[in-house]
Design a protein around this ligand. Sequence first.
Ligand SMILES: [Zn+2]
Ligand SMILES: [Zn+2]
Length: 450
Amino acid sequence: MASLGAANDISGTLCPRCTDKGTLTCSRCNDIKYCSAECQRADWATHKVLCGAIKDLGPRPSKDMRRILAFLPDEEKPRFVWAPLMQNLFSRHESVDISSFFEPAPMYRQKPQVKNPWTNGTLGYGLDILFDDDFSHAYSNDNRAVVAATKGANTLSWRGPVFAYCGLLGGGTTDKRDIVNIRDMSMLGYAHVVANLTDYHNKDPRHALRKGPKIACVKVACDSDRLPNAPFPQAVQVPRSHPVFQREGCVSLVSELAGMPLATYKYPGSKSIAATDASNTIVSALHICCDLTSPECALPVEPFRSGDVGTQLVARADRTPLDCDTVEVFGKFCVAVVVTSLCMIRDMFRDDGMARERLEQMPKGLLADALQPVWADHFSRWKALKAAAAGAGTAGSVLGDADANVGAAENAGNDDQPEQSESTWPHSSLTWIVLQGNVENVMDSIAALD
Ligand SMILES: [Zn+2]
Ligand SMILES: [Zn+2]
């Protein structure tokens, strides 16, 4: 049997919100590590309920006591308690005596949980959660401590007392293994317990979306925060429960119209030297107003019009992976193609009252129909050019060639690698032709609304 050393709890080093290595320690309690500020933020609502509680509990009263979690039904939050060990006489299985905390003590015990259902990560030990399996009938009120920890994110009402402890597994085959050596519950263990309580019979479709591995997203530094040699935009991984996917995320309307809904989320505390110096060209471009009847048409909507946009996370609102190229090319596409065409359409109707009325009646889908093929065509063309450039090893000249459709090849022999300027960015003349055709289609459709 393992000795009771100083590190008696099973802390582990993996982040509770993903399966990456935890490197950032909670500075308030020093009792848990996260892989990133995003994961810490995602876990904060749950963690803060018990942050610091281990120190408050005090030292182990005697060597045969273990720190466990008690969710007592009428307490405002869960708490750590010391519980005496109980050895089963007929097996090596260990349990704890909880009769002094709640009478009658809940007896139902599932098989030990060995995974975190949010991340699907394996814990490397077992979690036992004790509750009354008849709780929905035996108790009339929700367990307040469970609600405090899970933030009510469960469709199932946990009722009656709930206890949780953890320990090393032993004996039997994988699915028959039991806890044979109970260890102290840690803050990391608490995060895993809450994940299990939240997941248990959860029928909320949003919960299913929040489960699983992290998602590839893109961090777009504000214009003044870009470091000279840092990748821009930068690929990042965020947990599926990140606020960008929830109400805190701002969905870009133009990206929705283009058939690729993107959401943006301002990094809290993103350092902006001065509020007016934190403009973000790409993110502002994602939030241009697409309402042709609005005086704001083709301008970024608030709060993306000001210089205080800051560093932002960009994600696919449907939680599919997003790469840097897509964000960068789409941002530039918005500036070069969408803004221009919105202005074109708007200006054509500006002084024509009759036409303006038709514009107001224009079905929303029309703009999407015009935009989607243009963007799809533009992006596939861009990717082909990039691939060709990578193959030829002369990115600048190939992209320049296709873009300008003029004698850019003459520059190919030039040893200087000119920085790719906005003018060499490949919104090729073909894109313009397709776009014009689509704008005309929009016009025809508007005219046909009579
Ligand atoms: Zn993490
Ligand atoms: Zn903490």
